[in-house]
Design a protein around this ligand. Structure first.
Ligand SMILES: C[S@@+](CC[C@H](N)C(=O)[O-])C[C@H]1O[C@@H](n2cnc3c(N)ncnc32)[C@H](O)[C@@H]1O
Length: 209
C-alpha cells in the first residue's frame, strides 16, 4: 500500500522515537498491567490495529498468530525489534485500519490500544474491523477518550488542534464509545481507568441469522 509517511521531515519519522521515550516510563505504571491483561485475552488468529512500536507484542500468550497493521514505516522498524520478544508468531503489515489487507471473516480477536484517537476515519475503520472479524469475534480496545467532565472535556476540545499537530494526528477529544454505538459491533463492557481518561472496551462481532 502507499504510505503517507514518505517525507524525511514528517512527524511520522521522529514520533516513534519520542513515543518510546514518553511511553516507556508511563508503561511502568498501571498502563502496562492493562496492556498485559488485554493482550492475554487475545486468542486464535489475532489482528492488532495500529501496533506502533510493538508495545503489546511481549504480552501475547494465547494467540495462534498475530497480524499487526501499522501505516508508519518508522514505527514498524521499531516494532520489528519487539517481534523477537514475543512468545507467539507476529507478522507486521504496512497498512491503515480504513483499508485492511485481509479477507472477510479472518480473525478471532482484534486488538487496538491507544489507536482510535489517531485514526482519521474511525467509522470506516470499525466497518473494516467488522468485515475481517469472524462472527463471534472479540474486539478489545484500550483508548484515551474525551472525559465526561465539563471543564476537562472543554480543555480537551480546546487543546485538540494543537495536540493533533504535534502528536501525529492524535485527538484528545475522541468519544470512541459513542462512535462504536454507531456501528454494528456490540459494546459488551466499558471499564474506566484514570477517572475516565482511559477506557478498556470489549466489543463483540455478533453472529447474525
Ligand atoms: C499512540 S500510537 C499507539 C501505538 C500502540 N498501539 C501502543 O499502544 O503503543 C497510535 C498509533 O496509531 C497509528 N495510526 C494512525 N493512523 C492510523 C490508521 N489510520 N490506521 C492504523 N493505525 C493508525 C499511528 O501510526 C500510531 O502508531
Amino acid at each position: 500500500m502507499g504510505s503517507d509517511f514518505g517525507g524525511e521531515k514528517t512527524l511520522g519519522r521522529w514520533f516513534p522515537k519520542l513515543y518510546n521515550i514518553v511511553m516507556k516510563p508511563l508503561d511502568l505504571t498501571k498502563l502496562r498491567k492493562i496492556r498485559k491483561m488485554l493482550s492475554e485475552q487475545a486468542g486464535g488468529r489475532v489482528l492488532e490495529v495500529g501496533s506502533g512500536t510493538g508495545m503489546n507484542f511481549p504480552y501475547y500468550k494465547y494467540a495462534a498468530k498475530v497480524d499487526a497493521i501499522e501505516p508508519n514505516p518508522w514505527m514498524n522498524k521499531q516494532a520489528q525489534r519487539q517481534v523477537k520478544s514475543s512468545q507467539v508468531p507476529i507478522h507486521i503489515h504496512l497498512a491503515k485500519a480504513e483499508k485492511l489487507p485481509f479477507a472477510d471473516n479472518t480473525f478471532d480477536t482484534v486488538v487496538a490500544t491507544l489507536v482510535f484517537c489517531s485514526i482519521s476515519d474511525p467509522l470506516k475503520a470499525f466497518r473494516e474491523i467488522k468485515r475481517v472479524s469472524k462472527p463471534g469475534a472479540s474486539i478489545l480496545l484500550l483508548e484515551h477518550v474525551k472525559v465526561n467532565h465539563p471543564v476537562i472535556g472543554k480543555a480537551q476540545e480546546a487543546l485538540t488542534p494543537f495536540w493533533k499537530s504535534v502528536c501525529d494526528g492524535c485527538h484528545l477529544n475522541r468519544d470512541t464509545v459513542r462512535l462504536l454505538k454507531l456501528t454494528d459491533l456490540s459494546v459488551l463492557k466499558v471499564h474506566s481507568y484514570f477517572k475516565g481518561l482511559f477506557l478498556y472496551i470489549v466489543c463483540l462481532n455478533e453472529e447474525r441469522d
